[in-house]
Design a protein around this ligand. Structure first.
Ligand code: GLP
Length: 244
């Protein structure tokens, strides 16, 4: 779906999320959201915060799972996704903190694989993700599933692509300070969400959006796997759609 402005796409996704939260609340059920970081979804969070303040949208029944986190990283560090999510979203709404889940960047290396299994287990036990928000990296990654990630991958420790690390220099200041690793939900984890909404804005995303939609479905470009999902939508602005 094409939008004139990124703000229009973000409002659409926020409205869809709000409707889902309210529908579930009316049935006394929980709503499980898969959340993403990066500059792209910030406006979705801003719109949801506005709805919380002005339209009494409550997040009391909402459970969240974030896609990924750098590894190793402390939650309080300026570049951590824990910090990002608190500042851009959780600090401004009435979500119950124990319902918020992000992969931990501080787990001991020898415990990471068990930790990742537990994260998967938690998602399952919560009833599975109702709606997953995604961005897309210039390598075609979703979460931190870089080229080479398998269709059946689960939450795990991964090595970041050089392109991705270079894109992260803007946050870390220096390539040497960008972590080499991350913990990310796998492709399979993402595909199990009942709805997937991928947002991409700007000229710099045009080429990768085109490839994600037109290239052969393969690990070479993990975002192509979304085409096998029955309710995955791309919401892009005119700039990101210019190669289609
Ligand atoms: C990071 C995140 C991805 C995100 C990507 C794009 O790599 N792990 O989830 O999609 O950045 O970021 P931006 O939205 O700032 O372009």
């Amino acid at each position: 779906v094409r939008f004139r402005e990124p703000a229009d796409a973000c409002k659409r996704v926020a409205a869809e999320i709000a409707a889902l939260i309210r529908q579930r609340a009316a049935e006394s059920r929980r709503c499980v959201l898969g959340l993403a970081t990066g500059s792209t979804p910030i406006r979705v969070y801003r719109e949801l915060i506005r709805m919380h303040r002005e339209e009494r949208l409550s997040f009391f029944n909402v459970v969240t799972f974030n896609l990924d986190e750098y590894y190793p990283i402390k939650p309080e560090s300026a570049q951590s996704y824990h910090r990002f999510m608190s500042e851009h979203f959780f600090n401004h709404i009435d979500i119950i903190r124990s319902n918020v889940h992000l992969p931990k960047g501080t787990v001991e290396l020898e415990n990471v694989s068990g930790y990742c299994r537990d994260y998967e287990e938690l998602i399952l036990r919560s009833g599975g993700i109702d709606l997953q928000i995604l961005g897309i990296g210039r390598t075609g990654h979703i979460g931190f599933n870089e080229p080479g990630a398998k269709r059946d991958s689960r939450t795990r420790l991964v090595r970041l692509d050089t392109v991705t690390r270079n894109d992260a220099v803007k946050d870390f200041g220096d390539l040497d300070r960008v972590p080499l690793l991350a913990i990310t939900m796998g492709v399979e984890t993402i595909l199990q969400a009942r709805r997937i909404r991928l947002l991409a804005f700007g000229e710099h995303k045009a080429r990768i959006v085109q490839q994600a939609i037109e290239n052969r479905i393969s690990s070479a470009l993990p975002a192509t796997f979304l085409r096998g999902h029955r309710d995955a939508q791309y919401l892009v602005d005119y700039d990101a759609a210019q190669c289609l």
